[in-house]
Design a protein around this ligand. Structure first.
Ligand SMILES: *[C@@H]1O[C@H](CO)[C@@H](O)[C@H](O)[C@H]1NC(C)=O
Ligand SMILES: *[C@@H]1O[C@H](CO)[C@@H](O)[C@H](O)[C@H]1NC(C)=O
Ligand SMILES: *[C@@H]1O[C@H](CO)[C@@H](O)[C@H](O)[C@H]1NC(C)=O
Ligand SMILES: *[C@@H]1O[C@H](CO)[C@@H](O)[C@H](O)[C@H]1NC(C)=O
Ligand SMILES: *[C@@H]1O[C@H](CO)[C@@H](O)[C@H](O)[C@H]1NC(C)=O
Ligand SMILES: *[C@@H]1O[C@H](CO)[C@@H](O)[C@H](O)[C@H]1NC(C)=O
Ligand SMILES: *[C@@H]1O[C@H](CO)[C@@H](O)[C@H](O)[C@H]1NC(C)=O
Ligand SMILES: *[C@@H]1O[C@H](CO)[C@@H](O)[C@H](O)[C@H]1NC(C)=O
Length: 481
């Protein structure tokens, strides 16, 4: 009986649930104005979790990090950067500037002494992808025409460019030493656990950043770096150019010959969006058109279930979704929206998918004391607390906010370029030159567990062998599917 019920439910879920019987009175997205109003409440609830603008707190950071002895929260350094990027988009999509000063303060504070997002405090969790997350939030501010930082501060493009400059130097070094023929390592300081892992998050985010700098500035040097990153990702099979599948990473000990095939939407998203930027930058070449189409097809197939965003590597077993992974759906929604602007032939398919997924997202925001807290398991049609230590809500709130914002894409401008933008930009090529390859001048240490955008943390660390093999197994299934 129980078995029958369970399998009936499973069959129902497999069909994909895109129309939910539950109507959430709190969040309506059926009209543009309703979606903007819903965004305002979602953003308000999200920003109550951010304490960085309160006295005695550190600007830019969500409560954390998890490893701290005085644990205040579950959030890593990079997740503050992800929050800032989401709020940069919030202003772009809604015009509500309530949080702009807080966002500007956070983005500038965490840039650190060399304005390259390597603040000494973050050394123990400094990975290339974490540094790059902050950079793409600054890049987004430039593209969105977000109000400029005060005169005398580094400007948005400078910050993004400084990170590019620091990472391209690391890449060059890797090429010279012929470890895996190039690529970026996960961790920056050689003493951090995970330095021996080259991952698609780090290399993919670099690819994304370089593509965007190319389109924004029109400077072909950045495009050449992006091309090189793409070629490497394909050469070591982190990107399957035929299927569009994106694997997680590979270890230097095998010269990257053995690839960890676990699939995360964050990794695929970095690469899809970067590819769309190059498509647009090259005025629509067949090469980048084909690549973008292939990646887009794969992402829709792998990370949506019944047209609702679904984090395939962790969601089947709820407890496997870490604090990092609980933020991925937001990127997926926000980046697909931008891709639909850069490659308008994808617009119709994407906008229908984003609308349906966002409807499922808001429908399950019925939890907590407020009765409007959001969970993460959107396909299940009801609020399910993520509970445990993985989360206290910033990821879940951010994802739903991003989903709702993505439905508004039809009414906002596409990413600007230096020619179209009104902002002051300089793109000083000497930016980030104060940096070394081993951290921001802080003391590199391996005592703290690496954070990373996650996929890598979970897969690499294999902190529990069970988690690792489960993830790898699921990744393999997703590839086979
Ligand atoms: C922090 O920002 C929030 C908006 O998110 C605002 O309501 C609050 O007053 C700010 N607090 C301080 C101390 O500036
Ligand atoms: C680094 O930590 C110190 C001490 O907690 C704090 O005052 C400072 O604001 C932090 N800097 C950054 C960039 O997080
Ligand atoms: C290591 O891998 C790279 C990239 O696939 C390849 O170009 C290089 O020849 C390999 N080196 C060795 C020693 O196998
Ligand atoms: C795209 O087209 C514009 C306008 O014709 C041209 O200035 C630009 O150089 C082209 N970009 C590339 C990468 O070919
Ligand atoms: C590039 O993006 C712009 C802005 O959305 C769009 O108008 C243009 O058609 C895109 N270019 C191509 C080749 O699709
Ligand atoms: C293009 O960007 C590269 C890398 O930042 C820089 O060295 C070069 O001077 C730039 N070229 C132009 C024409 O601005
Ligand atoms: C970076 O700094 C070094 C040493 O100060 C200098 O030789 C080099 O020219 C600088 N590079 C750039 C791109 O400014
Ligand atoms: C590095 O650690 C040493 C010894 O603990 C300390 O004296 C030094 O100030 C630290 N340097 C930085 C940049 O934090």
């Amino acid at each position: 009986m129980v078995t029958t019920l369970v399998s009936a439910l499973a069959a129902f879920m497999a069909l994909g649930v895109s129309v939910f019987p539950v109507v959430n009175a709190e969040y309506d997205i059926s009209t543009r104005q309703a979606a903007i109003d819903s965004s305002r409440t979602l953003a308000y609830d999200l920003m109550t979790i951010y304490k960085g603008n309160q006295s005695g707190q550190i600007p830019g950071l969500l409560p954390g990090p998890p490893s701290s002895r005085t644990t205040e929260g579950v959030y890593w350094w990079w997740q503050g950067g992800a929050l800032m990027g989401t709020m940069v988009d919030y202003y772009h999509y809604t015009g509500d500037d309530t949080y702009n000063h807080v966002v500007t303060e956070g983005l500038l504070w965490q840039a650190g002494p060399n304005n390259d997002y390597m603040p000494p405090n973050a050394t123990a969790e400094l990975s290339n992808d974490d540094q790059c997350q902050w950079a793409i939030s600054a890049m987004l501010a430039a593209e969105n025409g977000f109000p400029n930082p005060p005169k005398g501060s580094a400007q948005w493009l400078d910050l993004a460019n400084a990170v590019y400059q620091s990472q391209v130097r690391r890449w060059d070094q890797e090429e010279k030493s012929d470890v895996c023929g190039g690529g970026l390592r996960w961790q920056v300081p050689p003493t951090n656990v995970g330095y021996d892992y080259k991952n698609s998050a780090s290399t993919g985010c670099f690819f994304n950043l370089a593509s965007r700098l190319a389109r924004y500035t029109g400077n072909a040097t950045y495009a050449a770096s992006a091309e090189k990153a793409w070629d490497w990702l394909v050469a070591v099979k982190l990107v399957d150019a035929t299927t569009g599948a994106v694997a997680d990473g590979a270890r230097t000990s095998t010269n990257c010959s053995t690839v960890n095939t676990a699939q995360f939407s964050l990794n695929a998203g970095y690469i899809l969006e970067g590819s769309a930027f190059l498509y647009n930058y090259t005025n629509g070449t067949e090469t980048w058109k084909d690549r973008t189409n292939t990646l887009a097809t794969a992402i829709l197939k792998t990370f949506f279930k019944g047209e609702v965003a679904y984090e395939v590597a962790c969601e089947p077993k709820h407890e496997m979704c870490t604090s990092d992974m609980l933020m991925y759906k937001g990127f997926l929604h926000r980046w697909l929206a931008v891709v639909s602007q850069l490659m308008p032939t994808l617009e119709a398919t994407f906008s229908s998918m984003l609308q349906k997924s966002a409807a499922a997202a808001v429908a399950q925001c019925t939890g907590g004391k407020s009765g409007r807290e959001c969970g993460f398991y959107w396909t299940e049609g009801k609020y399910v607390s993520t509970g445990g230590t993985a989360s206290s809500g910033a990821g879940e709130q951010m994802d739903v906010l991003a989903a709702v914002l993505s439905t508004l894409v039809g009414g906002v401008s596409a990413p600007a370029t230096a020619n179209s933008a009104t902002g002051t930009v300089s793109g000083n090529p000497a930016a980030g030159n104060g940096t070394t390859t081993t951290g921001g001048g802080g003391n590199a240490t391996s005592t703290a567990p690496p954070s990373s955008t996650s996929s890598s943390a979970a897969v690499y660390m294999g902190a529990s062998g069970v988690l690792m093999s489960a993830l790898v197994g699921l990744g393999a299934l997703a590839v086979a599917a």
